[in-house]
Design a protein around this ligand. Structure first.
Ligand SMILES: *Cc1c(COP(=O)(O)O)cnc(C)c1O
Ligand SMILES: [Zn+2]
Length: 434
């Protein structure tokens, strides 16, 4: 994302005021210099241009009470409302209620990969628009409501546009979303079906994102909440719910190792934030965990920097079938490097062929059809096991963040009927299937 400070008056119907009520969220704070700002539709520090994130007054002191309150909550992300930048009555409003997706114990896959510890797939394809993006958009919708925005927008690699379209439809907001022109049909149709405007831009995701940054500063974008630009601090917090769910579903236990895909790096960064919060709140035992990041070789700016020992991430021009991860200039790249290094994890990449192999491996062993992003993540997990970087004896969670039906193009050329036959037993036997 182009780093650009936007004053709270820009594009805001109700500029950052103390009247804004977003639950335990109390301010925005700069991740670089720590400067604090009132809650508002801003995303870059006015002092140093660093990215802003939500600061909280979290309910500390009674972990048992908090755990009970969460467990008594709805079977979606709003069970964690006390830890999110949303009003306390969020669950009563019209929204698409994502989350509480399955954590699948993947014993067949573990056997095949030589994992002796517990292996889980956190399967976010079960969300309302079939990707993890529903989690983040749900937070942005509450921020948009709080700041008085009437149009919901985003720059998207595909899944986000669908999630914004659906959430806006349900919340009664207008939507206008922006995608690169060369996405998979499944994602384009899914982004358009909810009735908002969908604009395909002749360029890469990074071009789309730059365009959106310009639109925010222009009168044409006035009153617009861009979920991943001017609402990004709120949006990003939605990924914490993955951390909360994984730990709760493990019986309020931290996994030892997590393998997470990287597009902008926001999801990985906020899963780490969520895990740290659970430790600080006393909801899980304080013990080390390792975070591993996954990229496609054809768009691997973060893994390239990790392997080279660099602190800065050099932008790349993406060329991979994993289009939902095809961000050549990832905003949170440097933070991902920090987290991987601090926790003793790593960032790795796999090529498109390995992505397809991993999609098929997961489908064949566990009955889960992942989109290309899931193939990237499992492919990287497999590679890290083979390289001895992931410990096969520990508890490991691998994320599947999207549904294979959205990226049929990736597997269709090599997947189809075993045989096409006449409707007769002879033909069946002739085909060698009898
Ligand atoms: C957007 C997306 C991600 C990760 O996005 P970040 O920008 O890194 O938060 C992962 N998987 C899928 C399927 C996505 O659509
Ligand atoms: Zn700052």
């Amino acid at each position: 994302m182009a780093v650009q400070a936007v004053e709270s008056s820009t594009g805001s119907a109700d500029s950052a005021g103390s009247s804004v009520s977003l639950g335990p969220a109390v301010a925005l704070s700069c991740r670089e210099c720590g400067e604090r700002f009132p809650l508002g539709p801003i995303f870059a520090c006015a002092e140093c241009f660093g990215p802003l994130e939500v600061a909280y007054d979290l309910p500390t002191g009674d972990p048992e009470g908090l755990r009970k309150r969460i467990e008594a909550g709805p079977n979606n992300i709003w069970r964690y409302a006390p830890l999110l930048p949303v009003p306390a009555d969020v669950a009563d409003k019209p929204n698409i209620n994502p989350g509480f997706t399955k954590l699948v114990k993947a014993d067949n896959l573990a056997r095949e990969l030589g994992v002796t510890g517990e292996l889980y797939i956190k399967d976010d394809s079960g969300n309302p628009t079939h990707s993890f993006k529903d989690r983040v958009v749900a937070q942005a919708v509450e921020a948009a409501r709080a700041f008085g925005f009437t149009t919901l927008s985003c720059s998207s690699t595909g899944n986000l546009a669908g999630a914004v379209g659906a959430a806006a439809a349900r919340a009664g907001l207008r939507s206008c979303t922006f995608i690169p022109h060369d996405l998979e049909q499944g994602k384009v149709v899914m982004a358009a079906i909810y009735g908002g405007d969908l604009v395909a831009i002749e360029g890469t995701y990074d071009d789309v994102n730059r365009f959106c940054s310009e639109l925010i500063g222009d009168p044409a974008g006035e009153g617009w909440g861009f979920v991943n630009v001017n609402l990004r601090p709120y949006y990003a917090e939605g990924s914490k719910t993955l951390a909360y769910e994984i730990c709760e579903q493990l019986g309020w236990r931290l996994p030892d190792q997590l393998v997470i895909p990287i597009a902008s790096g926001s999801q990985l960064t906020k899963i780490d934030k969520g895990l740290k919060e659970l430790i600080a709140l006393g909801l899980v035992e304080d013990k080390p965990y390792k975070i591993f990041g996954a990229q496609a070789e054809g768009c691997s700016p973060v893994s390239t920097a990790f392997k080279a020992g660099h602190d800065v991430v050099r932008p790349q021009k993406p060329n991979t079938i994993a289009k939902s991860l095809a961000i050549g200039n990832p905003a949170d790249g440097p933070y991902v490097l920090d987290i991987a290094r601090r926790t003793g994890g790593a960032v790795e990449d796999v090529n498109d062929e390995q992505v397809v192999d991993a999609i098929k491996l997961l489908a064949r062993t566990e009955g889960i059809f992942a989109e290309t992003a899931g193939g990237v993540t499992l492919g990287v997990a497999k590679k890290l096991l083979e390289n001895g970087v992931l410990d096969p004896a520990l508890t490991t969670v691998v994320l599947n963040t999207g549904d294979g039906l959205k990226t049929l193009d990736a597997v269709a050329p090599t997947t189809g009927p075993t045989a096409v036959i006449r409707p007769s037993l002879d033909a069946f036997r002739e085909a060698g299937l009898g």
